[in-house]
Ligand binder design. Structure first.
Ligand SMILES: *[C@@H]1O[C@H](CO)[C@@H](O)[C@H](O)[C@H]1NC(C)=O
Ligand SMILES: *[C@@H]1O[C@H](CO)[C@@H](O)[C@H](O)[C@H]1NC(C)=O
Ligand SMILES: *[C@@H]1O[C@H](CO)[C@@H](O)[C@H](O)[C@H]1NC(C)=O
Ligand SMILES: *[C@@H]1O[C@H](CO)[C@@H](O)[C@H](O)[C@H]1NC(C)=O
Length: 584
């Protein structure tokens, strides 16, 4: 009999003996965000920008007005109000190549709220913040910049999506013109960019037209060749930004639909050298028909447990979507790429839909019900059928469904905020009031000795070798090391836009004290902009070190780095036509 079995026998025989508790994931409450953190983006190693609706949140700006933006300090767990001009409700955003955060789109403020917010129409809004890397990490003096006369989008967009693309600018996709309660019945079927391309004239999209009325917050990903994958409703394309052409890919199978208001989620899986062949996974949402009248929808309709995954090589596209299932159906889940290559699936509910009080049978004011408090870990490299696990994952009783957010940050733990099934903040119990409690989900190794990184350069070029110091705790085996370059993304409405993980090749010095790392080959594999380097050694991961990838110049930036090797190998292996070889 093995020692382990003897020990467990001993625990059975000895009443009162507690089993030694293995370190596990933990939810930890961290204070109060003052606004509903329905959008969140990590803007520095210590700071997160959160946005809500311009309505009746308890946080106030120094001039006595209600705030709807806040700077969350990850070290002090306190929210500082941010003064905004326009209503950022249900907007999107990202960091661009010069490190500035850009928030796009929003809503028309409710007249009843105007006396206490003073907010302007946010639908054409462009809100710039930072970069904010002040050495104290407190964000002192960092403000939101808005200019209603000179800095606006070409279209009014609510529920729009974004992705930072190969030239470091932001592609802005779709949305709805007005406030309507559920389906997209006033669609913005076009794309535009920040900074503007094409003289600011939006590009019409046949794909967005085809995917109405379940095409809000399209799931969009910048691919390693510079093209953009898009998923809306059950439909997918690859869009060539440079040629303005779309290539239609297979629909999601079995009726699965993943964009708002049937919110599933999707992620670009971690990219690995040397070929960086992209794979996309779409999980949860609904299999209801997109022509179901709203009166026939119920907050108790089960969400789908289906995940569909596709490899975006010619062979992978020919093979089509491969189907697998999460342990539960999930409406409004979100996926976070972890530095060891696993994907955390978190938040959402087992039944219902997104949006507020707008379907036949609601649960109180909520279109969804049965929140799922236990996350799931997905291991992309495990064999099909053995990729999902909830072992060692805790359960929280704080619902994170509609209007919630989740983001990993530099500490390598996960921040959770928001949830609000109401149109504004409802303080009166009973019911499901707006959620102000912030939590972290800490990984099992959080309080153990972890690798630490030193001398990380503040800026790295593409296709560059650079050396950093590493301190690997005694007793931690260095036999398995992973070096991940991560864009922590922008979280809202069950989508982590611009979230990206690129693994980097490295050599560990014989004395285990330094790592010589090779950065991504070019600006298409990692669109230029801010990132964090995380090093995973065995079962532990370092804190993330902030780096600027590329020149840090304002977008659009020219192609940088090396294009030849990967592209040639890729085209030989996959016989892909039309691979772009800049510089040839
Ligand atoms: C909150 O929403 C309700 C219902 O939509 C509305 O009657 C009320 O005026 C709103 N309150 C505030 C302070 O905006
Ligand atoms: C603003 O107006 C609403 C509705 O008209 C009212 O309920 C609220 O008390 C007012 N708030 C302030 C700060 O005047
Ligand atoms: C995708 O949705 C459309 C519109 O509802 C439908 O016509 C089509 O059959 C669906 N595709 C699949 C593969 O189910
Ligand atoms: C970053 O680039 C954008 C687009 O050109 C520009 O509007 C913004 O001012 C830049 N940020 C900084 C800090 O220069």
């Amino acid at each position: 009999m093995r020692l382990g079995s003897l020990l467990s026998l001993a625990y059975l025989l000895l009443p009162g003996a507690a089993a030694p508790s293995a370190p596990s994931w933990k939810f930890v409450e961290k204070g109060n965000s003052g606004i509903v953190g329905l959008e969140a983006i990590v803007v520095s190693p210590t700071l997160v920008v959160m946005f809500d609706r311009a309505t009746n949140d308890p946080l106030h700006t120094p001039d006595g007005k209600v705030a709807w933006g806040a700077l969350w300090n990850l070290e002090t767990n306190k929210a500082t109000p941010l003064k905004l001009l326009t209503d950022s409700f249900c907007a999107s955003g990202a960091l661009i190549s010069n490190g500035t955060m850009v928030s796009v789109g929003g809503n028309i403020p409710a007249p009843a709220d105007l006396n206490q917010t003073g907010a302007y129409d946010g639908r054409m809004g462009l809100r710039l913040f930072g970069p904010c890397l002040d050495p104290n990490g407190e964000g002192e003096g960092c403000t939101i910049f808005e200019d209603l006369d000179n800095l606006q989008m070409a279209e009014t967009r609510w529920y729009t999506s974004t992705a930072r693309i190969f030239d470091g600018s932001l592609m802005i996709v779709g949305g709805i013109h007005e406030s309507t309660p559920f389906y997209n019945d006033d669609p913005v079927n076009n794309f535009e960019f920040f900074p503007k391309k094409d003289g600011g004239v939006p590009r019409p999209s046949a794909f967005l037209e085809r995917s109405v009325p379940v095409n809000l917050f399209p799931r969009v990903f910048a691919l390693p060749d510079g093209k953009v994958f898009m998923l809306a409703n059950n439909q997918t394309i690859i869009y060539d930004v440079e040629k303005n052409t779309e290539t239609i890919l297979p629909d999601l199978p079995n009726g699965q639909r993943v964009s708002n208001p049937f919110d599933g989620t999707a992620a670009l899986l971690p990219l690995s050298p040397p070929l960086y062949i992209p794979e996309v996974i779409a999980c949860g949402g609904s299999t209801k028909s997109d022509t179901t009248p709203v009166e026939e929808l119920s907050a108790q309709d089960p969400a789908t447990s289906q995940c569909a995954r596709i490899t975006l090589s010619p062979a992978g596209i020919k093979k089509g979507w491969v189907v697998e299932h999460m342990p539960q159906g999930r409406m409004m889940p979100e996926m976070v790429l972890l530095p060891n290559g696993q994907v955390l699936i978190i938040n959402g509910g087992a039944t219902g839909y997104a949006a507020v009080d707008s379907i036949g049978v609601t649960f109180g004011p909520s279109n969804a019900a049965n929140p799922i408090g236990t996350p799931v870990l997905y291991t992309p490299s495990a064999p099909l059928g053995r990729r999902f696990s909830q072992e060692g994952l805790p359960t929280t009783d704080i619902a994170r469904m509609y209007h919630s957010s989740v983001c990993m940050f530099s500490g390598r733990n996960i921040l959770l905020a928001g949830n609000n099934p109401n149109g504004n903040i409802t303080f009166i119990p009973p019911g499901q009031p707006g959620e102000f409690r912030v939590q972290t989900l800490d990984p099992p190794f959080f309080n153990q000795a972890r690798p630490t990184l030193t001398n990380v350069p503040s800026k790295i070029a593409f296709n560059q070798r650079f050396t950093i110091g590493i301190d690997i705790p005694a007793g931690v085996s260095a036999s398995s090391i992973k070096v991940a370059l991560i864009d922590l993304g922008f979280s809202t409405h069950a989508f982590h836009s611009s979230g990206r993980l690129v693994f980097m090749d490295f050599i560990l010095s014989p004395n285990r004290r330094s790592l010589t790392i090779t950065s991504p080959p070019n600006n298409r594999v990692y669109p230029p902009g801010p990132a964090y380097i995380f090093v995973t050694v065995g079962d532990t991961t370092s804190a993330g070190a902030h780096v600027m990838v590329g020149s840090g110049a304002n977008p659009p930036v020219p192609d940088q780095g090396e294009f030849l090797f990967g592209a040639i190998v890729y085209s030989i292996l996959t016989r892909a036509p039309g691979i772009r070889l800049p510089g040839l």
